[in-house]
Design a protein around this ligand. Structure first.
Ligand SMILES: [Fe+2]
Length: 282
């Protein structure tokens, strides 16, 4: 069986990305764009607006008044939170499934991705790195390759795990060795198909910092660190847990004091509770 061509055939089976996502990311990156432009882009899509307002008005949000427009939502919650709601609501379809090959039940990958995205955005804002919606989106989509690769991983899991345990390979390296493809490269192929920006594709492709040059890209390093922090907390989730290389120089660069890693782990746990609160309210 030519597993590589079978894997690639599956790329077209994913749900497409709504155009509003690209527009929101484009505006978030454009210094000329106004708040009004962003509100209009969302309001032009009635289904997306309705979904957003449903969440904004949910009991979980606990707002004292009923919110009737995107503009009002932005003035009550702030632009960043509204943009994140739009992004997460419209990117969940492909990720909120089970990925049995990775030992992930339905909802595991999505919940983890949401909390990682919140950590990545927090870290990025501390360092004034780049468009926060872009890094938030990259964190949500970083493991999109797993959505297609999981069934192939399931078939060869024992061999992949043997390479990790006996040869010291990372899970990504072992995927590549056994399947001729890994979830980071496949994620990049999917992001390209979805016409994301070159930097978005780069961040997804390199979120485990496999390419040494990516360790010098602050946004990609941020994504890697947020993911590693999540794995350090979620020690029981997924077959690939912590089977990735630790680049100590990247950790040292971001966290000169080891205590900072610990406090980010605590932050991650509080984001997890926030995400769970949203899920339970749904
Ligand atoms: Fe990954």
């Amino acid at each position: 069986m030519d597993s590589l061509s079978n894997i690639l055939k599956k790329v077209n089976q994913l749900d497409p990305i709504p155009m509003v996502i690209h527009k929101v990311l484009g505006l978030a990156d454009d210094p000329e764009a106004s708040l009004k432009d962003l509100v209009e882009v969302v309001e032009r899509d009635p289904a997306i607006t309705a979904n957003l307002l449903k969440t904004v008005n949910s009991a979980h949000m606990g707002l004292p008044v009923k919110v009737d427009s995107v503009h009002q939502a932005v003035s009550m919650l702030g632009l960043q939170q509204v943009v994140e709601m739009v992004l997460s609501q419209n990117l969940s379809g492909n990720l909120n499934r089970s990925q049995k090959g990775y030992g992930l039940a339905k909802g595991d990958l999505w919940r983890q991705s949401l909390a990682v995205a919140m950590v990545a955005r927090t870290l990025a804002s501390q360092r004034d790195l780049m468009s926060l919606p872009a890094i938030y989106t990259a964190a949500l989509l970083k493991d999109i390759g797993k959505v297609l690769l999981h069934e192939f991983v399931a078939d060869r899991l024992e061999t992949i795990q043997k390479l990790v345990a006996q040869e010291g390979m990372s899970f990504v390296e072992a995927e590549n060795d056994v399947l001729g493809m890994d979830h980071t490269t496949l994620g990049g192929i999917i992001a390209k198909q979805w016409q994301f920006s070159p930097h978005m594709i780069y961040m997804i492709e390199n979120h485990h910092l496999t390419n040494p040059a990516s360790r010098n890209d602050p946004a990609t390093a941020t994504l890697y660190l947020a993911d590693m922090v999540a794995m350090m907390v979620d020690t029981g989730i997924g077959v690939d847990r912590l089977a990735y290389h630790v680049y100590q120089d990247v950790f040292n660069d971001f966290f000169p004091d080891k205590q900072q890693v610990k406090s980010l782990m605590i932050t991650y746990k509080s984001f997890q509770r926030e995400v769970q609160g949203f899920m339970d309210a749904d």
